[in-house]
Design a protein around this ligand. Structure first.
Ligand code: NAP
Length: 254
């Protein structure tokens, strides 16, 4: 792939999305940065050639408007990265968690659809990459994280379906499932996080996956082995090991 010149990124106000913006911005790409918090987008954009779009990925119309504005101001992107997402602990038995389940599914699953949909028709001409950020947390159901695990399992499967739908179009769909990344999302976790990456290290790995148009990659490689093991662990063994696993704190997503 030639050096990307136009890149649209959601979740660009923080963490991995912001690190991806810096990665592509440093090599001179024109950026479209989307998120809900304008101050976070402005921090990311400092010194970069960036257009900012204050938009909620749960809102299909807002994302269509953001994409139309980017297409108009900058042109057809080479790469669209859907990095926006939320993670919060959930319990099915807690009635107050019902809206939390909805928010997590809306942001982490429908957010992907709303991000990619407005770009597909325009990208069919020159091809390009749609990259979705899933998670190794979607490989098996994690106790206390039912919404997040379910949302990331759904994200991975949705992205696989999209990859096949677009196979003949020249648009590659790249799924990256990170292990732990040091961002505000994980800074609240009260447990050890093996193989944790800095956001910039994770962004470099995501960019390599995009460059190589890799269908599905768990990062870092150590977590890829953990993911494979998790996937094939027999249910009784998985249950015994993970029943008492430490849980993500519950609360209202921001
Ligand atoms: N950190 C990890 O260990 C880890 C591991 C695996 C996968 N991931 C995934 O990596 C992605 C990035 O996470 P991160 O670690 O960088 O977390 P983060 O620092 O909390 O950043 C999350 C980003 O998503 C945006 N966002 C959340 N809800 C949104 C909404 N409804 N509309 C628009 N933007 C929204 C936030 O921006 P605003 O608040 O400004 O809207 C923020 O920019 C997520 O999909 C996450 O699930 C992270």
């Amino acid at each position: 792939m030639n050096k990307p010149s136009r890149v649209f990124i959601t979740g660009a106000s923080s963490g991995l999305g912001a690190a991806l913006a810096r990665h592509y911005g440093a090599s001179g790409a024109q950026l479209g940065l989307a998120g809900r918090r304008l101050d976070g987008l402005q921090d990311t954009a400092a010194g970069l050639d960036a257009h900012l779009y204050q938009a909620d990925v749960r809102d299909a119309v807002a994302m269509q408007e953001a994409a139309a504005a980017f297409l108009n101001a900058v042109g057809v992107p080479d790469i669209v990265i859907a990095a926006a997402g939320i993670s919060v602990g959930t319990l099915t038995e807690a009635a107050e968690d019902a809206p939390v389940f909805r928010a997590v599914m809306d942001a982490n699953v429908l957010g992907l659809v709303h991000t990619f949909q407005p770009f597909v028709a325009a990208m069919r001409t020159n091809g390009g990459v749609l990259c979705g950020i899933s998670s190794v947390a979607g490989v098996r159901g994690l106790p206390g994280g039912g919404a997040y695990s379910a949302s990331k399992a759904a994200a991975t499967v949705y992205l696989e379906a999209l990859r096949l739908e677009l196979k003949a179009s020249g648009i590659a769909v790249v799924t990256v499932a990170p292990g732990y990344v040091d961002t505000p999302m994980t800074q609240v976790n009260p447990y050890a996080m093996p193989f944790k990456m800095t956001a910039q290290a994770a962004a470099n790995k995501v960019a390599r996956c995009i460059e190589q148009r890799r269908a599905y990659t768990v990062i870092p490689w150590q977590m890829a082995w953990v993911g494979r093991l998790l996937k094939w662990l027999p249910i009784p063994v998985y249950d015994a090991v993970f029943e008492k696993a430490p849980r993500k704190p519950r609360g209202l997503p921001t």
